[in-house]
Design a protein around this ligand. Structure first.
Ligand code: ISE
Length: 333
């Protein structure tokens, strides 16, 4: 069975997903596209095999020729569209964050539980990155003993204008929150956040430094700097009792030239996580065909946003803040 995918939103990320489905997703085809900017939708459709352009997101979801929906529209639309997909009993891959508010996250979870079907996957693509997967495997083998620290760095070359100090947490470090939960298989108990002064390149937002303590006592720290100027970079090192596991830099080659050793740094996350995005879509398509969920669930999306909200509270109050997330419901285990 070929999974016929409808794509909502073809901005930066949506257009990239369209190309990934068109060029790399076996067993799936891009059948329909909706974007409020019709011209943009038509141009992406043309470059990706000629998918139909549909007038509204609601029509695309209801379209009998669409088996599953990829939601890559602005954050505020994620929850209403995810709810419409659950109502139509269609699986949906929702770009992160799951919703713009925690209340909306809870509404998506409640709808899925009422429907008694796991239909929502959240686009935390790092769970499909070969580096993080190898790290998870190494932890599972337990040769290095228990994890103690997880040091993370997350740098973007240039943050968008709308990115506030709070969004550095809710929009960017939410990736570290999700990947730490995935790798360590547990939730956070306490979080603290502090920030250096804003860079003169982006006076409107501060970089963030998060220290998050898991329930079993692992310390996860994240430096998040969205205006590094030099490129996009994500680092991770898991320090265990008897060794450490470090993500290798992504590029396959280094150059020695004119007295220097250099390697290229990707301009943004689409190149850095190219294979993760591809494997995420392939995993989603396979999960639809086989009827078993993969990747981040709606609960994982909620847990990440809930923890991010606790971090924002900790940043504003300058205090170590308790994370009061409920236990994962059995439905999501
Ligand atoms: C962006 O929205 C993403 O999702 C990227 O993966 C992340 O690294 C970046 O910081 C975000 O702004």
């Amino acid at each position: 069975m070929t999974v016929r995918i409808g794509l909502i939103g073809v901005g930066v990320m949506g257009a990239d997903h369209a190309r990934t489905i068109y060029t790399a997703a076996g067993g799936a085809e891009l059948t329909a596209i909706h974007d409020p900017d019709r011209e943009r939708a038509e141009s992406v459709a043309k470059s990706c095999g000629g998918a139909r352009v549909v007038d509204t997101a609601e029509r695309l979801i209801a379209d009998p020729g669409v088996d599953a929906v990829l939601i890559a529209s602005p954050d505020a639309t994620h929850a209403p569209l995810a709810l419409a997909c659950i109502e139509a009993a269609k699986p949906a891959l929702v770009e992160k964050p799951l919703a713009a508010t925690l209340e909306e996250c809870r509404a998506v979870i409640a709808a899925e539980m009422t429907a008694k079907r796991r239909l929502i996957q959240v686009g935390f693509m790092r769970r499909f990155d070969p580096g993080y997967l190898a790290m998870k495997q190494a932890l599972a083998e337990n040769r290095l003993g228990a994890p103690l620290f997880f040091h993370c760095q997350h740098r973007n070359a240039v943050g968008p204008d709308y990115l506030t100090s709070e969004l550095v947490i809710a929009n960017s470090t939410v990736h570290e929150i999700d990947i730490a939960r995935f790798l360590l298989d547990e939730d956070f108990a306490f979080v603290s956040v502090t920030s250096p002064r804003a860079s003169r390149r982006a006076p409107g937002r501060q970089p963030q430094f998060l220290v998050m303590e898991t329930k079993s006592g692992v310390v996860v720290d994240v430096e998040a700097y969205m205006d590094s100027a030099y490129g996009y970079e994500v680092k991770g090192e898991m320090v265990c009792e008897a060794g450490a596991i470090t993500l290798s830099p992504n590029p396959p080659i280094k150059l020695r030239e004119a007295g220097q050793e250099v390697f290229a740094v990707e301009p943004d996350w689409r190149d850095r996580f190219r294979s993760a995005y591809r494997d995420q879509i392939a995993g989603w398509v396979a999960s639809i065909r086989e009827g078993r969920p993969v990747g981040s669930s709606a609960w994982d999306g909620y847990a990440a946003s809930f923890t991010a909200a606790a971090c924002i509270e900790a940043w504003r109050s300058r205090t170590r803040t308790k994370v009061t997330l409920a236990d994962t419901p059995d439905f999501y285990k």
